[in-house]
Design a protein around this ligand. Structure first.
Ligand code: FAD
Ligand code: EPU
Length: 348
């Protein structure tokens, strides 16, 4: 276990903004993880589990212990019908997808190039191009921070939803995911419902051709965090009741929306784009020119620049459409998670 004191978090998140943490600890085993929580000296300090930091924004120096996930290892079991994978939480998600595709194992290809660790994937039930983690997940193992025992949840118990799971609710701050079980069926069928994937010729479809197309589409609009700091979609696509959607559609006939569980899911990128905000900049932070849902660190942005821009985007969409955007990116303050609303306080 590596321990760093008063260390910079810049290499542990994807916004490319310097921010210190009182401690950064790299854990390689569940025993390491337990010892961080049990260590007397750190008992009173806030703790933050991190994968690759591709869905976080550090808004202030973190006055606690940031724990970096290095739980490695993959077990593969082949049955007549499926491939069963048991993957430790610190494995890299995009590498796992590439490995599966190269082995001819289908099921993960639509989820190509989503940065992050395998153990972070269940938290917001990562999703892209018509597939979500819950479509392939069989179970999630987590360290229960009350009992310090590893427990297993079946997929049904994980309460997966759009960018949502039990780990954001009942088990929030009570659990650390340590491994994930996936079942990938050998009766693979391509999922090509999403727009540009429909261009694929059905007789030539393999996990690899879908994977290549997804990579091509993603690379054309999403910025590579190794080149320009960002955390993917900054806001979630808001879900509004059917009646509200119909009123919006009357006023804005070209509004982009999809049926969702409890109403219609609006394309937040479209809403932001319609406010004329593509390329809009505050300080070093910019609304991405190719995808308005992404905020980038264009030019040495500070966390405050990103927060100010996010607040401006949220307010613009609220003023024009009377729809409130909620951020997908997790805001981390001095002593733990915070939110745009909390930071803005009276200014709202
Ligand atoms: P982190 O950012 O490190 O952590 C995210 C949250 O989970 C934090 O609150 C953290 O405390 C908590 N956490 C992390 N690990 C654990 C653990 N083991 N146990 C308990 N809590 C933990 N997401 C999508 O769904 N679809 C996309 O298409 C997509 N595209 C993206 C594209 C880009 C360019 C970028 C930068 C991001 C994108 N994202 C997308 C968001 C991001 O990739 C996912 O949310 C990813 O799962 C985050 O993984 P991470 O390891 O970086 O998590
Ligand atoms: N759109 C615009 N202008 C923009 C951006 C989008 O008009 O600037 C329109 C597009 O033309 C399209 C619609 O909005 O009609 C949706 O855009 P897109 O297909 O790019 O997807 P998205 O809704 O912006 C979501 C996820 C992404 C995921 C893609 C692909 C959320 C919050 N975001 O983006 O996930 O990769 O779909 O499935 O659900 C992430 O979560 O970080 C992420 C990148």
């Amino acid at each position: 276990m590596q321990i760093y004191k008063s260390a910079d978090l810049v290499l542990h998140h994807t916004f490319s903004i310097s921010q210190t943490s009182q401690y950064i600890v790299e854990i390689e085993s569940i025993e390491d993880l337990k010892s961080v929580y049990l260590k007397e000296e750190w008992k009173a300090l806030p703790k933050l589990m991190l994968g690759k930091g591709s869905n976080v924004l550090f808004v202030e120096p973190f006055e606690g212990v940031a724990i970096v996930n290095r739980l490695q290892g993959i077990e593969v079991n082949e049955t007549e019908a499926d491939w069963k994978l048991h993957i430790n939480a610190g494995e890299d998600w995009p590498s796992l997808v590439e490995w599966a595709v190269n082995k001819g194992i289908g099921g993960l290809e639509n989820l190509a190039m989503i940065p992050g660790c395998v153990g972070s994937a269940p938290i917001q039930n990562i999703g892209a191009y018509g597939v979500e983690l819950c479509d392939v997940c069989e179970y999630v193992d987590y360290l229960c921070l009350e009992s310090m025992k590893v427990k297993r949840l079946s997929k049904g118990q994980c309460q997966f939803g759009y960018r949502d799971s039990i780990f954001k609710h009942e088990l929030y701050q009570k659990s650390i995911i340590v491994s994930v079980g996936l079942t990938l069926t050998k009766s693979w069928a391509a999922n090509t419902k999403y727009g540009p994937l429909q261009e694929l010729i059905s007789s030539e479809i393999t996990p690899k051709t879908v994977y290549s197309k997804v990579c091509e589409v993603r690379s054309s609009k999403l910025p590579d965090p190794n080149v320009v700091g960002n955390a993917g979609s900054f806001f979630k696509n808001p879900i509004v009741p059917q009646l509200q959607f119909e009123k919006l559609q009357q006023k804005f006939p070209s509004i982009v929306a999809y049926p969702a569980d409890k109403g219609m899911k609006l394309a937040a990128g479209w809403l932001i784009d319609q406010c004329g905000l593509k390329g809009y900049q505050i300080g070093g932070a910019q609304v991405h020119e190719k995808q308005a849902l992404v905020i980038i660190n264009k030019d040495n942005a500070t966390s405050q620049d990103i927060v100010d821009l996010a607040a401006y985007v949220r307010q613009s969409v609220l003023d024009k459409f009377a729809v409130e955007l909620e951020h997908e990116v997790r805001f981390i303050g001095r002593s733990g998670e915070t939110s745009l609303k909390q930071l803005l306080g009276d200014k709202l």
